[in-house]
Design a protein around this ligand. Structure first.
Ligand code: NDP
Length: 300
């Protein structure tokens, strides 16, 4: 069987186009431009790339992008003071603090100092609690992107068996909550799970979020199941030449796509959806802040 490739790049472009439409409407009908503030502490090269690309796409959909680049040795007090200013600024609707933070800064404290209504990453403890109790929240971007792709592919997810491999706070746990919210029967597998392949082989949907290159192989997958690969791993690619690398997911694409009914590729699957959902969350936050109806199809 040749799996359908779920094209995250194309889907992300449609999400961004919807966001752009809403931004245009907000500007023309209400004179409001959504604003996203991104705070980067230090000079981690990967974080710099992410922040640049977030800023570029924010501007492309017509929103205001505000970047705060702070020295690596910025004190916790200074960072908290900046976040307090952004919380109080009515022109800022979304605040994202790029993680990881330098070791001397307490990540939980910093994230929980963001106004939950502006917490477009959905990591604030209030948003975690709201999501867990099925209430309106800001939803973490990566699992939201996975959910959108699954809804688009399957229509209703009700009654499907879903296995999420990985239990991190930013991907695995919120992904499981979202699938439960859509009435899947959800299992979370992790490094201590026994007979993990038996568990995944019972699933209609497997979400791989383990951070282990190509760990999930075709043998783990029930024929016809959907595989959502969250992983981003850079591995050596001697076949491309000396010192060359390539990106792979947490699933082994060739063997999984021979068995699965549908699969997201890496790159070009979940990755592009993450930034698109950040923009979606920002426009949602802006509508909520102004008491306006939320855009349809851009939230959980
Ligand atoms: P974490 O390292 O925080 O969590 C990994 C999870 O996988 C843990 O719960 C761990 O279990 C589990 N795990 C590790 N090894 C095994 C194993 N051998 N068998 C079963 N479970 C295992 O990773 P993240 O959730 O942050 O990220 C997961 C992947 O997604 C990474 O590849 C990351 O790069 C990628 N990612 C991609 C994003 C995107 O935009 N596409 C965004 C965020 C992440 P335990 O808890 O027991 O240790």
């Amino acid at each position: 069987m040749d799996a359908t490739i779920i094209d995250g790049k194309a889907f992300a472009a449609t999400v961004r186009a919807k966001v752009a439409e809403h931004v245009t409407a907000l500007k023309s009908a209400h004179g409001i431009t959504p604003g996203l503030a991104v705070v980067l502490v230090g000079e981690d090269p990967a974080s710099q790339v992410y922040v640049r690309s977030k800023g570029k796409m924010t501007v492309e959909v017509g929103m205001n992008s505000i970047e705060h680049k702070l020295d690596v040795d910025t004190s916790e007090a200074d960072l908290l003071a900046l976040i307090a200013d952004l919380n109080a600024d009515p022109s800022i609707h979304g605040i994202l603090v790029q993680l990881p933070l330098p070791k001397h800064l307490n990540e939980d404290l910093v994230i929980n100092s963001i106004d939950p209504a502006k917490d477009v990453d959905g990591f604030h403890i209030s948003n975690v609690g709201l999501l867990g109790t099925g209430q309106k929240s800001m939803v973490p971007c990566t699992p939201l992107g996975c959910l959108m792709m699954l809804r688009d592919h399957h229509g209703s997810l009700s009654g499907l068996n879903a296995v999420v491999v990985g239990r991190s706070n930013i991907v695995g746990k919120p992904m499981a909550q979202l699938l439960l919210g859509d009435s899947c029967t959800v299992t979370i597998a992790h490094s201590r799970t026994k007979d993990i392949q038996e568990v995944t082989r019972g699933a209609d949907i497997v979400v791989a979020a383990v951070g282990r290159p190509e760990m999930v192989t075709g043998e783990w997958i029930k024929p016809g199941a959907t595989v959502i690969d969250v992983g981003i791993n850079r591995i050596d690619a001697p076949e491309k030449g000396e010192g060359k690398t390539r990106l792979v997911g947490d699933s082994h694409f060739e063997s999984c796509s021979a068995v699965a009914g549908a699969i997201t590729p890496v790159p070009g699957g979940v990755g592009p959806m993450t930034i698109a959902c950040l923009l979606a969350n920002t426009v949602t936050a802006c509508c909520r802040a102004n008491g306006l109806p939320e855009p349809e199809g851009l939230t959980a």
